[in-house]
Ligand binder design. Structure first.
Ligand code: ADE
Length: 236
């Protein structure tokens, strides 16, 4: 593998990893867009981290930012593998705990409700392919796996929960399916690495729980991604 490209929504989610690898920022690479590029080389492999950047004084999150960042990264960097590393909500009922790290084994949207025939419904939900080696990587490194479902909101309305659970969703985020959509169009493999900041069925306010656990989950992502990069490149 010559080039691995991480797509990460929030700087806080990527910072421990960027620091661990002493990655260099390439300022203005995506100008005029706010996306940020950090790079290093590990053995013969180029490692990029692309962040969405900011608008309105906060890191851009959600599907729109994830889509355009991914498209720009694919066009400008032509990676062999994209890895979406980020935080998610999960369910106590599935045995999830804060800062657990999962590898995605499927990905879909949970808040695109298009009535109509099967084909429109299929397009709305997405159900995009993921990297074929996701499962073997998870097994070899001892990660749990789960189905990621993506929506445009941090909270979970009853209709979201119904769709998530009806479709076997376990990990709720705001970017993975959008990134998977772009990767599927470009035929670039995608690996999902998700760490839990909040329990969707835990009864606490999601935003408060997310803020409290963001640092722990981001450090868990650093540890997981170090092991994944070592596994993929054979180098520390
Ligand atoms: N990111 C972290 N926690 C989340 C949640 N509960 N829903 C959507 N995105 C998230």
């Amino acid at each position: 593998m010559k080039h691995i490209c991480y797509i990460v929504a929030m700087q806080a989610e990527a910072q421990p990893f960027i620091e661990e690898y002493n990655m260099e920022e390439i300022p203005g690479f995506f100008a005029p867009y706010p996306f940020r590029l950090y790079q290093t080389s590990i053995g013969g492999c180029r490692l990029s981290v692309v962040l969405n950047g900011q608008q309105h004084g906060t890191d851009l999150v959600g599907c729109e930012a994830a889509s355009i960042t991914t498209m720009a990264a694919l066009q400008r960097l032509t990676p062999d593998l994209v890895i979406n590393s980020g935080t998610c909500g999960a369910f106590k009922a599935d045995g999830a705990a804060i800062a657990d790290v999962y590898i995605g084994n499927a990905v879909m949207f949970h808040d695109r409700r298009v009535p109509g025939d099967d084909q429109w419904g299929t397009q709305a939900l997405g159900n995009y392919p993921l990297w074929q080696n996701s499962e073997s990587l998870a097994a070899e490194l001892g990660f749990k796996m789960g189905k990621v479902t993506t929506g445009s909101s941090l909270d979970m309305q009853p209709i979201d929960e119904e769709i998530i659970r009806r479709n076997g969703g376990q990990l709720k985020d705001m970017e993975a399916a959008a990134i998977a959509f772009v990767c599927s169009l470009a035929h670039v493999p995608l690996l999902l690495v998700k760490s839990v900041t909040d329990l969707c069925d835990g009864g606490e306010k999601t935003y408060d729980e997310f803020c409290r656990n963001l640092s722990a989950a981001s450090h868990a992502l650093r540890g997981a991604n170090q092991r994944i990069v070592k596994h993929l490149t054979g180098k520390n």
